[in-house]
Design a protein around this ligand. Structure first.
Ligand code: DX5
Ligand code: ZN
Length: 216
């Protein structure tokens, strides 16, 4: 499995060393949770933090933009060093324009889908995505419990992508840990995001555990 640790749960005073543990464990990418206090009831990082992470790694950086106006801010997150931007399908502010801007800069786009949003409603954007970010918690905070019905949703999304021949990978975000990850893998996930599980214990061991999971 591909693993994308979410930097939101790093100890920021030790950012470089926490990332070096992730590097040793061989992560696929880093997940950067950007919240604007409006689309979600929480505030987190801006482009400067992404620049700092960029200086620590050459792996893929994905910015998960939980913001109302990706049309205004996408460029700043691209210029800060993101390789991929996840934009929420629930926002829909000049969506096609944002995708064009991302692709113009040679970067990747991914649609992010909230738990209550049906996947079929997002098909137009799934077709244009490098990766689809399926939320398995309501966005806003790390450390929440995995919503069980997400497993069925992963299965539906897998079916949709495979039957239409789309190339998007499926990334699952929220409440992923040693008890919930296997069911995501079995349902068809390609990438697992994890914040509180990875950073509240032995980082390398926990990443290795998630990376070692195989579809049963
Ligand atoms: C939630 C974020 C997630 C979250 C994951 O709004 O998008 O990336 O930080 O945290 P855990 O893995 O602790 O659920
Ligand atoms: Zn996220």
């Amino acid at each position: 499995m591909l693993v994308s640790p979410s930097v939101i749960s790093c100890r920021l005073e030790n950012l470089a060393s926490e990332i070096s543990h992730c590097e040793k464990a061989g992560v696929y990418s880093y997940h950067l949770d950007v919240m604007d206090g409006s689309f979600v009831p929480n505030l987190t990082m801006g482009p400067d933090l992404i620049k700092a992470v960029r200086r620590c790694t050459s792996r893929r950086l994905e910015a998960h933009l939980m913001i109302e106006r990706p049309d205004i801010y996408a460029e700043k997150f691209l210029d800060a060093g993101s390789d991929l931007l996840f934009i929420h399908g629930e926002v829909l502010a000049n969506f096609q324009k944002v995708i064009e801007k991302i692709k113009e800069k040679g970067k990747k786009f991914g649609i992010a889908i909230n738990p209550e949003t049906p996947v079929e409603r997002m098909e137009k954007w799934i077709a244009q995505s490098d990766t689809v970010l399926l939320m398995s918690v309501h966005p806003g905070f790390s450390g929440q419990s995995f919503i069980g019905s997400s497993v069925e949703k992963i299965r539906e999304l897998r079916k949709l992508i495979d039957s239409r021949g789309y190339s998007a990978k499926i990334e699952v975000d929220g409440g992923v840990n040693d008890r919930t990850a296997q069911s995501c893998v079995d349902a068809g996930a390609d990438i697992l995001v994890s914040a509180s599980y990875i950073f509240s214990g032995d980082i390398e061991e926990r990443i290795s555990f998630l990376s070692g999971l195989i579809r049963s």
